[in-house]
Design a protein around this ligand. Structure first.
Ligand code: MN
Length: 244
């Protein structure tokens, strides 16, 4: 199995090194990742300038690795173009959760979405980060368990997986859409000019069965996703009530 690894935190993040090591137990691994952090880039692609693809000097312990001066979606488009017959794209392990409405701007998830657009399975992996850096040893067993489960499934699929440390178990979940946690916080720069931070405020409790509920309650959350955003019930109503 050919496994392409990418992320949005950049190729020097400890999260991508942890993922590459976990993935090599399941097949042939290649890393193609952004050269700098691209978090919250969403599904942006670079169309107005060429991209570079350079062998990375950083050691992934014998794993081939390339850095790209582009977005996570660029890395997947380019990486799978240059590595024929890629079976799956794994994106992460993101340093910070990707839950609920956060999925809209997630670069981590966008890389997995880009894989599915190209007909390849895509799996996004993230872990919440507290005041200390995450200890990937504490989620290692769960990452391997989730990969075994999701790589075995032969259906083309898109998954978003979040790993709290020392989880109690795993749950299939749906996306929480109850609360949007993007917040604008005003501040003053060193030159006394007003500026604004777009930030993520602490999450409030979510409804049971959702991705946020699972992680807040100590479970690994696995959400199957789809690319079709059509509101099916709304479309049915409009066809019925307002035929064109
Ligand atoms: Mn990130």
């Amino acid at each position: 199995m050919r496994i392409l690894i990418t992320n949005d935190d950049g190729i020097y993040s400890p999260g991508i090194a942890a993922l590459a090591q976990a993935a090599r137990k399941f097949g042939e691994v290649r890393v193609v990742a952004p050269d700098v952090e691209q978090s919250s880039m969403g599904h942006a692609v670079t169309h107005s300038r060429p991209l570079s693809y350079r062998e990375s000097p950083i050691a992934f312990d014998g794993i081939e690795a390339y850095r790209v001066n582009g977005t996570p979606a660029d890395c997947v488009a380019l990486g799978t173009h240059l590595w024929s017959k890629t079976d799956v794209v794994l994106s992460g392990i993101n340093m910070g959760p990707n839950l609920g409405n956060g999925m809209w701007h997630s670069g981590t998830l966008a890389a997995a979405k880009q894989a599915v657009l190209l007909g390849i399975k895509g799996i996004a992996l993230s872990t919440p980060v507290g005041k200390t850096e995450p200890d990937f040893k504490r989620i290692e067993a769960d990452v391997e368990k989730a990969l075994a489960l999701l790589l075995e499934d032969t259906e083309l699929a898109l998954f978003n997986v979040n790993f709290p440390a020392d989880a109690k178990g795993m749950q299939w979940t749906r996306q929480s859409v109850r609360l949007y946690d993007g917040k604008i916080v005003p501040g003053i720069d060193p030159m006394n000019r007003k500026h604004y931070w777009f930030t993520v405020s602490p999450l409030e409790p979510a409804e049971e069965g959702t991705d946020r509920w699972a992680v807040e309650n100590g479970y690994v959350s696995i959400t199957p996703l789809r690319l079709d955003l059509t509101a099916d019930s709304e479309l049915e109503r409009l066809l019925r009530e307002r035929p064109l």
